[in-house]
Design a protein around this ligand. Structure first.
Ligand SMILES: CC(C)(COP(=O)(O)OP(=O)(O)OC[C@H]1O[C@@H](n2cnc3c(N)ncnc32)[C@H](O)[C@@H]1OP(=O)(O)O)[C@@H](O)C(=O)NCCC(=O)NCCS
Length: 223
């Protein structure tokens, strides 16, 4: 990521191959290394590739093959339910390429609660801080624009990367649903996590200063 940052600075451009002058990208939430924007039809080949890649979906609920048409119908369905679901595409600023999706789902406007869901479909981007950067931008939107109160997340117990990046952003484990998910030949617990604004805010302040989320100390990982 540092290298990409360097490249941007050296070229004096916002994204590789594009000057800031002719950059008309749609940007909804802007970060240092990535931005989030609403999906378009052009994202469908990416979405379809990722959602059929078992190395990605082994961590997700989905387990059936998805055609591009099915993926398009899913996107359209989400659009119809905008007040319940908000889905955004994560774009790497250095290359201008989509790398995954992140969303707020099952938004409950009375209880002011939602559940986040994320898929970085391009595996080359795993564990480099992109997930936590995107999550911080989404949480800022959830807490400070939508005025949501509690943001939940669920991860299959073996998904240490997902649990790790959520905890980096202030989530805490609230409980486990025993043997809740059948994946990779056996049942697994589902870990329930949630974050409140007061726990996220100090991390956000640090994130605004440095542009990235501090690594978790060993003790915090185990909480
Ligand atoms: C889960 C996902 C969104 C995380 O994004 P990411 O960019 O890979 O995560 P980050 O690099 O921001 O953070 C990962 C953290 O987990 C930590 N982690 C990884 N493996 C770990 C392990 N075995 N034990 C403890 N922590 C671990 C990392 O060290 C890192 O924390 P650190 O920066 O303090 O070292 C992304 O990997 C992904 O989309 N995976 C596939 C689909 C998926 O699992 N989606 C979530 C479903 S709930």
């Amino acid at each position: 990521m540092k290298q990409q940052q360097q490249q941007r600075n050296d070229n004096g451009k916002n994204t590789i191959g594009r000057s800031s002058k002719d950059n008309y990208d749609v940007v909804f939430l802007d970060g240092r290394h990535l931005y989030l924007r609403p999906p378009t039809k052009d994202d469908l080949p990416y979405l379809t590739r990722w959602i059929n890649d078992q190395r990605v979906t082994r961590f997700l609920k989905t387990s059936v093959p998805m055609s591009e048409a099915a993926e398009a119908a899913w996107l359209e369905g989400l659009d119809g339910g905008k007040d319940r679901n908000i889905i955004l595409v994560i774009v790497d600023k250095a290359t201008g390429k989509p790398i995954g999706t992140m969303g707020l789902h099952r938004i409950d406007w009375k209880d002011r609660r939602a559940t986040t869901g994320t898929m970085i479909g391009d595996r080359r981007y795993w564990e480099k801080g992109y997930g936590s950067e995107a999550k911080m931008l989404l949480l800022n939107y959830a807490f400070n624009t939508l005025n949501l109160h509690k943001i939940c997340s669920g991860a299959i117990a073996f998904n240490a990367r997902s649990i790790g990046y959520s905890k980096k952003c202030g989530y805490k484990e609230e409980g486990r649903l025993k043997q809740h998910v059948f994946k990779n030949g056996r049942y697994w617990d589902k870990v329930l996590l949630a974050v409140f604004k007061k726990d996220w805010l100090p991390i956000w302040k640090e994130f605004r200063r440095t542009g990235s989320v501090p690594h978790l100390r060993k003790k915090a990982r185990q909480k």
